[in-house]
Design a protein around this ligand. Structure first.
Ligand SMILES: Cc1cc2nc3c(=O)[nH]c(=O)nc-3n(C[C@H](O)[C@H](O)[C@H](O)COP(=O)(O)OP(=O)(O)OC[C@H]3O[C@@H](n4cnc5c(N)ncnc54)[C@H](O)[C@@H]3O)c2cc1C
Length: 369
């Protein structure tokens, strides 16, 4: 039977970044394999998101989300620069719409200081308006380190790096069974093909809990949480990302305004716990709520120009009504009797931003094993 040193399941941004970190350390033949059920990379969460490079402001100090977001963001900008991946460090405003919201802004400002986020400024309403003339703000934070990037080009660059280090990415390769065998694991694909691997890294995104169960683990409960977007058609003057005060319990960052690299304006994502992981329809009945959220940020906006756009689903560990922010799980399951099996669970936002740092974290975890 063919056998590999490391197999990464899932070719999203995180799986590719993990495989890149592993392949750069082990450049031999059959050392690193990525198996992906889709026909190409990034067909999951990694292509249904805001494409924002987050600063790391919001996450509990010292959490993996905080630490890996900050490290990942710095590494990501350098990587984009080196590989010619398009990005725009456009900066972001978090706005207090009125005086009543300003204490929340102060808490965030303090959190940014504690989290060691560079270049965060407290602005008056007038200063915010100088940056974004159409925004309504009684005060704001300006985060100069936040930006946007081209996630497709990023994943393509990661895939090339893996190939350059003799790694293999295999598409149309859905893992349907996994079992412990000797000092490693045997994986079976839907095609019936079987192969062995000493190390398995589960980067299955929304499918990660099912993959963990295949080997006999009982993973944390996942609560799929849809985020829908509405696109704005027509001219606008928005040049920064503009966010409201985040939602209580950080289930979402509040419906915000993002621009993409072509300057297109979108609002979203909202927060909707759902039963299914593959229903990406955007409910048109949300139009009124999105119009309200858009007007709250930009009072003069022509809200009739909003139309349903795409949706993505977050693999949340935090359930509905659960006030506790849950961290990423990145764990060698040796403690549960599965050495060399690494689970990545709950990799929601800021997973894209953190992806390179997550890759390093997994590689270091396996070096210690
Ligand atoms: C609405 C929304 C907005 C977001 N905005 C941002 C943002 O602006 N910035 C940011 O940093 N993060 C953001 N995120 C989070 C970010 O998109 C994710 O953390 C990241 O894309 C997760 O990547 P992944 O590789 O873990 O998952 P995925 O991209 O989903 O990759 C998992 C892969 O595993 C494959 N797979 C699953 N099961 C199997 C199997 N059995 N066999 C083979 N393959 C399998 C899937 O096909 C998939 O390709 C957002 C997320 C959402 C939902």
């Amino acid at each position: 039977m063919l056998s590999f040193r490391c197999t990464v399941i899932g070719a999203g941004a995180v799986g590719l970044a993990v495989a890149r970190a592993l392949a750069s350390r082990h450049r031999g033949e059959n050392d690193v394999l990525v198996v992906e059920q889709g026909r190409s990379f990034g067909t999951g969460i990694s292509s249904r998101n805001s494409e924002v490079v987050h600063s790391g402001l919001y996450y509990p100090n010292g959490s993996l989300k905080h630490r890996l977001c900050v490290e990942g963001r710095r590494a990501l900008y350098q990587y984009c620069e080196a590989k010619g991946v398009p990005f725009n460090k456009c900066g972001k405003l978090v706005v207090a719409a009125d005086a009543a919201e300003e204490p929340e802004l102060d808490i965030l400002f303090e959190q940014g200081r504690r989290n060691g986020i560079e270049n965060v400024e407290r602005l008056t309403g007038g200063q915010a308006a100088a940056l974004e003339p159409d925004v309504r703000a009684s005060a704001a934070l300006f985060l100069a380190e936040t930006g946007i990037f081209d996630t497709h080009s990023y994943m393509k660059a990661l895939e090339s790096d893996i190939a350059a280090d003799n790694g293999t990415v295999s598409y149309d390769s859905e893992v349907v069974a996994l079992e412990r065998s000797g000092s490693g694991y045997v994986l079976r694909l839907r095609s019936g093909e079987e192969f062995g691997s000493a190390i398995v890294v589960n980067c299955g995104g929304l499918g990660a809990p099912d993959i963990a169960r295949m080997v006999g683990l009982e993973p944390e409960a996942m609560h799929p949480c849809k985020g829908s977007y509405f696109a704005y058609s027509g001219g606008h003057r928005v040049t920064h990302l503009v966010y409201p005060i985040p939602e209580k319990g950080l289930t979402g960052l509040g419906v915000h305004a993002t621009i993409d690299l072509a300057g297109r304006l979108r609002f979203g994502p909202d927060v909707e716990y759902v039963a299914s992981t593959d229903d990406f329809t955007v409910d048109e009945r949300k139009l009124e709520a999105f119009q309200g959220a858009a007007r709250r940020l930009f009072p003069a906006i022509d809200a009739a120009r909003l139309a349903p756009d795409q949706a993505g689903v977050r693999p949340k560990l935090q359930g509905p009504g659960d006030g506790e922010v849950r961290d990423f799980v990145i764990r060698d399951e040796i403690g549960r009797g599965f050495p060399g099996f690494v689970d990545l669970l709950g990799i929601e936002s800021p997973g894209l931003t953190a992806s390179l740092a997550i890759g390093e974290q997994v590689a270091v975890l396996l070096e210690k094993a």
